[in-house]
Design a protein around this ligand. Structure first.
Ligand SMILES: [Zn+2]
Length: 389
């Protein structure tokens, strides 16, 4: 029992030390601030092959151990969101502070604890099972929290496609839990597709309707039809696809002028019953049917994906049962993550990480007892998938 307790304490101090080292680095997107170098150094010592990929101002790290398939990837980001007013924090956001059983600091939950846990899990897994089958890997970026995510995992996946890098399973250590660690495992996400619509009319005097073409009159019924359209019925994993107009702009300000143009911005949050391509085509067909002279700039932030109940979900469920005493509930809610770039490679993808109640907030924190379990949870997933031999 004493041996058991002291082993736990060593693990606790390791995960705590590494998480604190990461929080001290002010890695606000897209700045990595040395986080990846720290992790690369550790994993390199544990026998991992290290590749640094810097695209524009973004750092990406790809570390692998073993060879061939199957390939299990742990995915995360070293960047954090800005702190907000630092004087509103109970302790300085980049000075990790323990209080009442929690570790406070920017990135404590999203997601430097997850990055530290995945690193330690991989390190100890590779040391304990040097002859494991297939490949375990860590993929980190410093551009997950930014607005566009152009040079992070999206770019790395382009490179993966070029060189034929397969990914069978991907665990994202993002803060996915709601009340306590492992109550939820995220197994899918809705897709997000935005459009910027421009409708052309003919400007003129309001008193001469035969000489104008009013883009507001033309667009309004088309937008009403888009808003009333039932895009799909949803399915067992997702609610039906939703369409929302967020902004409409037209008019000159003058009360006697019919404007010459209208702009509208809208967004689809779509489920796996629809595709981005299908939604684009149906939207444009409706606008054409209304006789609009229009253009649309489309922006696909991610296709919807759902990981079926296969090897990865079974391993995650078993690991949670083994270490937390209960199976997690599969869930598809929440915002987007870099998992959306990995899923189209054909990988099974899940998100399993700490409680997300404080993420992006003042006084972000992670519970110490959950922090202590995280590396063992991730390591257990690797053992269940790639073996212990
Ligand atoms: Zn995150």
């Amino acid at each position: 029992m004493l041996v058991f307790v002291s082993r736990l304490c060593v693990q606790m101090s390791e995960i705590l030390d590494l998480t604190r080292d990461l929080i001290r680095r002010r890695s606000i997107t897209p700045d990595d601030a040395g986080c990846q170098a720290l992790i690369a150094e550790r994993l390199s010592r544990a026998g991992f092959a290290i590749e640094h990929r810097r695209y524009a101002d973004v750092d990406n790290l790809w570390a692998t151990h073993g060879s061939g398939g199957p390939v299990l990837v742990f995915l995360g980001h070293t960047d954090v969101v800005p702190t907000g007013p630092e004087n509103e924090w109970a302790s300085p956001p980049f000075e990790p502070t323990i209080h009442d059983g929690r570790l406070y600091g920017r990135g404590a939950a999203d997601m430097k604890s997850g990055v530290a846990a995945m690193t330690l899990a991989l390190e100890s897994y590779a040391k304990a099972h040097p002859g494991h089958r297939g490949t375990v890997a860590l993929l980190l970026t410093s551009d997950e929290e930014g607005p566009k995510n152009e040079h992070g995992v999206r770019r790395v996946v382009e490179e993966f496609r070029r060189r034929g890098q397969r990914v069978d399973w991907c665990v994202t250590g993002e803060p996915s839990s709601i009340e306590h660690l492992g109550d939820i495992v995220r197994v899918g996400r809705r897709g997000s597709l935005s459009g910027h619509l421009r409708v052309r009319g003919v400007q003129g005097h309001v008193a001469y309707p035969d000489k104008v073409r009013n883009p507001i009159h033309l667009a309004a019924p088309a937008l009403a039809e888009l808003a009333a359209t039932r895009w799909d019925e949803g399915n067992e994993a997702f609610p039906p696809t939703s369409f929302q107009v967020s902004n409409v702009r037209s008019g000159t300000g003058a009360l006697n002028v019919v404007p010459g143009a209208l702009e509208a911005w809208f967004n689809f949050r779509f489920c796996t019953a629809s595709t981005a391509q299908g939604l684009r085509e149906r939207t444009e067909a409706i606008l054409r049917r209304h006789g609009l002279d229009f253009t649309i700039d489309w922006d696909l932030s991610g296709e919807a994906f759902l990981t079926q109940d296969g090897a990865l979900r079974r391993a995650v469920t078993q690991a949670c049962r083994d270490l937390l005493g209960a199976a997690p509930t599969p869930d598809t809610g929440g915002g987007t993550s870099d998992a959306r770039f990995i899923a189209p490679l054909g990988a099974e993808v899940v998100e399993l990480g700490p409680v997300n109640a404080s993420i992006h907030k003042i006084d972000e924190c992670v519970a110490l007892d959950e922090l202590e379990v995280l590396p063992r949870l991730h390591r257990r997933v690797a053992e269940l998938l790639l073996g212990e031999g």
